[in-house]
Design a protein around this ligand. Structure first.
Ligand code: UD1
Ligand code: CA
Length: 478
């Protein structure tokens, strides 16, 4: 057994591999989607565990997949993990056993973690590994005490409090069910002891499953030959080892992660007017002196600069906001880039590929898609800008539409610097409006407008003098 003294000194863990169990269906979620892929604050549940393995810098991370294996494989595609297939889900012991061929010849320690414990942190795992080394144990597991232990495996101890084994809830007697100390599903094993014992696990009495915790008494009873020392580490905060089995537990974990993120941001100088309703992805960054109003969702790899204000009810995904940006209420901003000092909303929709340069303004009920809005340009009301490039200091009047789609293909609109588009214009693409040109209100513009020209694309107005009075008289009205 590798004995390496202080844990800090061992990192990165050269003698530690991780097995993450993610093959189960997750029946209690009542879902068409495999449990470990349910999103939790922007990331599949299991990715929270895998990210922990990455931070711990273990030598190798093996993920046991089975139910919807291809979906899981695809979802984790980019991560530095190895996949092990458990074709039939016969229980957690059977899951871990599938990793034996891949770990042939490895005689270090193996961290085995349930794929559904996303709140687990590095410090607790370090305590687990340290305790395992200190006790020169063959197996060490994390336990915790719960006020309501329903659903968890209970820890059985003898009169002298020595560890005896784990009994799953469905297999437990009423007296055993009253035990409040539970198995957290996070273990450290000496590899040879683990695999030797796994081969000897028999199906459980009630569910006929091969339970991983069954290796513990087997290792313990192994006697002189296989060692047999079991150690336990008590997690003080039960929340950290919460296992996600139901949607209610998913919501509970989500609230914890959200709160952790908001606390971190507040510590870094972000004002959160309502921490309970702010949903900030753990991949996002938010700058100093930025204010987040209630019900703001910041998703994915979004970067928000300093001194911004994001008003209530906005959703921002995978976007980059500069400094001093104001987002008024009710905006949706997706994969977009927003320069310094811009103002957006209320109720604006920036679809993917929108780019606002400095001091641009996109106002009430405006939709922008795959377009550039130049420096200081304004699109204040009720407009659609799609597949367009607006130069600097352009003004787009209320109700203007870029007609970018002719029913067959999308076409580009270019509006050069300083152009002024009157209200309710239809700009039929492909189209170029020259620098400094003016488009009259209500125009349908189908041809290029040269620089500094005024374009009228509307019917001539005709006034019939006195006609309104005549009509009223004919109808007998004053
Ligand atoms: C498990 C433990 C229980 C512990 C609890 C902690 C067992 C038998 N019981 O129970 O003692 O208190 O975790 O949260 O281990 N999986 C597979 N293949 C399978 C079955 C499960 O990969 O054949 C995976 C699941 O995807 C999941 C993990 O193993 O990520 C745990 O399975 P789950 O069914 O959630 O176990 P629990 O009943 O919660
Ligand atoms: Ca579980």
């Amino acid at each position: 057994m590798p004995l390496t003294g202080s844990v800090k000194g061992v990192r990165p863990y050269q003698d530690l591999c991780a097995i993450v169990m993610a093959a189960g269906q997750g029946t209690r979620m009542c879902s068409d989607l495999v449990k470990v892929l349910h999103p939790l604050n922007g990331l599949p549940i299991v990715c929270h565990v895998l990210d922990l393995c990455r931070r711990l810098a273990v030598k190798r991370t093996l993920v046991v997949i089975g139910f919807q294996a291809e979906r899981v494989r695809e979802a984790l595609g980019d991560l530095p993990v190895e996949f092990v297939l458990q074709a039939e889900q016969r229980g957690t012991a059977h899951a871990v056993l599938q990793a034996e061929p891949a770990l042939q010849g490895f005689d270090g320690d193996i961290l085995v973690i349930n794929g559904d414990v996303p709140l687990l942190g590095e410090a607790l795992v370090e305590r687990l590994v340290a305790a395992h080394h200190r006790a020169r144990a063959d197996a060490t597991l994390i336990t915790t005490r719960l006020a309501n232990p329903t659903g968890y495996g209970r820890v059985l101890r003898d009169r002298r409090r020595a560890f005896r084994g784990i009994v799953e809830e469905v297999e437990a007697t009423p007296a055993q069910r009253r035990v409040r100390e539970i198995n957290a599903g996070i273990y450290c094993f000496r590899a040879p002891s683990l695999f030797a014992a796994l081969h000897r696990v028999r199906p459980s009495a009630v569910k006929k499953e091969l339970y991983l915790p069954e290796v513990l008494p087997i290792i313990h009873a192994g006697g002189r030959k296989t060692g047999g020392r079991i150690a336990t580490v008590l997690a003080e905060d039960p929340q950290e080892v919460l296992g996600i089995n139901t949607r209610a537990e998913l919501a509970e974990a989500s609230a914890v992660l959200r709160r952790r993120m908001v606390d971190r941001l507040m510590a870094e100088g972000v004002t959160c007017l309502d921490p309970t309703s702010s949903h900030i992805s753990s991949l996002a960054t938010v700058g100093r002196d930025t204010t987040l109003c209630p019900n703001v969702q910041i998703e994915g790899h979004t970067i928000v600069g300093d001194h911004c204000t994001i008003h209530a009810g906005c959703r921002i995904r995978d976007s980059r906001l500069g400094n001093r940006v104001t987002i008024l209420d009710g905006c949706v901003i997706l994969q977009s880039e927003i320069g310094d000092d811009c103002t957006i909303g209320p109720y604006a929709h920036l679809r993917p590929g929108s780019r606002l340069k400095r001091k641009a303004k996109v106002g009430n009920f405006v939709e922008v898609k795959k377009s550039v809005i130049g420096e200081g340009s304004k699109v204040p009301h009720l407009t659609y800008i799609g597949d367009a490039t607006l130069g600097d200091r352009v003004n787009i009047g209320a109700g203007t539409i870029t007609c970018n789609y002719d029913g067959f293909a999308k076409h580009q609109t270019i509006v050069e610097d300083g152009a002024f588009i009157g209200s309710n214009a239809s700009l039929v693409a492909p189209l170029r409006i020259g620098r400094g040109a003016i488009v009259a209100a209500g125009s349908a513009i189908t041809q290029e407008v040269p620089p500094d020209a005024v374009a009228f694309g509307r019917a001539q107005q005709v006034n019939k003098e006195g006609r309104a009075a005549e009509i009223r008289k004919a109808r007998g009205k004053k």
